[in-house]
Design a protein around this ligand. Structure first.
Ligand SMILES: Cc1cc2nc3c(=O)[nH]c(=O)nc-3n(C[C@H](O)[C@H](O)[C@H](O)COP(=O)(O)O)c2cc1C
Length: 323
């Protein structure tokens, strides 16, 4: 192994962190902070942005941060910079999720060609085009997850797909019946200028928040999600062998690799995570998937027509701490 030599981080680091922050996060909470030093960047969980009802164990929060970590690796590689990643480097500080040492070494382990996919990837919540995804592309997506220490199971049988869609609808009903869950969702419905959250037009914001806080729309949303899941060209579950923080770090990096590789092939995804979020549904999902281990993320994927809106992000100065 070559001895790491420091690189000029100023401009390079701005480019890297801006690309990293395009990563997906639950409710677009962007629950991360960065600390930059002469050798690279430290990634921290910002638990003031946690979703205690939707994500009581911070599993999705950790995976969101791990998505950022994979984006850092891609953005660095695209500039010819290698990243040595140390996950959970400080046992005394569980918020310190990763240290990334950047140096002029072998960066080929992260696919630099995924850089263009960072801008092209979006969460797409509408119906996909009916076109099927070729088998060869599915194999590549599964290999991408495996490369990061996770697995991606494609749900191919009609019955399995149908039962998974039904579990999603059951999850919607449970979420929406819980006023605390609705209040938490409403609190993250923000006007676009705020730079985070689930964007809604400014004038409609208080009204939309009031509707979400007040009414249990579980039946209608469940029926819609069930239909959209049933009709999606691809349903897949990303999972890990174990279910500790380090596994969530692997799952998040795998998720980002899968999503970026998909976008590279003009495929977009959206999340149907309700059966993982609700503890009592998770074992049912696990037995449907039939893969040993722990489901972490449920995705549907397909081709989309037209351009997709860009979701907001916070400005760099709000998330980067000096030395
Ligand atoms: C771990 C994780 C869980 C997510 N869960 C959901 C979900 O259950 N439902 C959903 O519609 N979007 C979900 N999302 C997508 C986010 O809402 C989305 O990433 C965020 O709004 C930013 O938009 P973008 O992905 O288009 O950049 C999830 C994202 C991550 C990383």
């Amino acid at each position: 192994m070559t001895t790491p030599s420091p690189v000029q981080l100023d401009n390079a680091m701005v480019t890297i962190i801006e690309a990293a922050m395009r990563a997906p996060s639950s409710h677009n909470t962007q629950p991360w902070r960065f600390r930059v030093d002469d050798f690279g960047v430290h990634l921290y969980a910002d638990r003031t942005r946690a979703l205690p009802v939707n994500d009581p164990f911070d599993r999705e929060l950790t995976m969101s941060c791990a998505c950022v970590l994979f984006h850092i690796r891609v953005a660095a590689a695209a500039q010819g910079i290698a990243s040595d990643v140390f996950v959970l480097p400080n046992p005394a500080d569980p918020d310190h999720l990763a240290t990334v040492k950047l140096h002029r070494g072998d960066y080929s382990v992260t696919d630099a060609s995924l850089i263009a996919a960072i801008a092209a990837r979006h969460t797409y919540r509408k119906a996909f085009e009916p076109q099927q995804i070729p088998e060869a592309t599915l194999d590549k997506l599964c290999a991408a997850a495996a490369q990061e220490g996770a697995w991606l199971a494609i749900l191919s049988g009609e019955q399995v797909r149908h039962d998974t869609a039904a579990l999603v609808a059951e999850g919607d009903a449970i979420h929406w019946a819980n006023p605390s869950w609705r209040r938490e969702l409403a609190a993250w419905m923000h006007p676009r200028r705020q730079g985070d959250g689930l964007t809604i037009p400014w004038l409609a914001a208080p009204f939309a928040q009031m509707i979400v806080r007040t009414f249990d729309r579980g039946d209608g949303i469940g029926a819609k999600d069930r239909q959209i899941a049933d009709d999606s060209p691809l349903l897949a579950v990303l999972g890990t062998t174990a279910d500790e923080t380090e596994d969530w770090m692997s799952a998040g990096q795998a998720l980002a690799r899968v999503l970026l590789l998909a976008a590279h092939h003009d495929i977009q995804a959206s999340f149907l995570n309700q059966p993982v979020q609700i503890s009592e549904l998770r074992p049912k999902l696990q037995s449907l998937v039939g893969h040993p281990g722990y489901p972490q993320i449920v995705l549907r994927m397909g081709y989309v027509a037209g351009k997709l809106p860009i979701t907001p992000r916070r400005p760099l100065h709000e998330v980067v701490d000096a030395h």
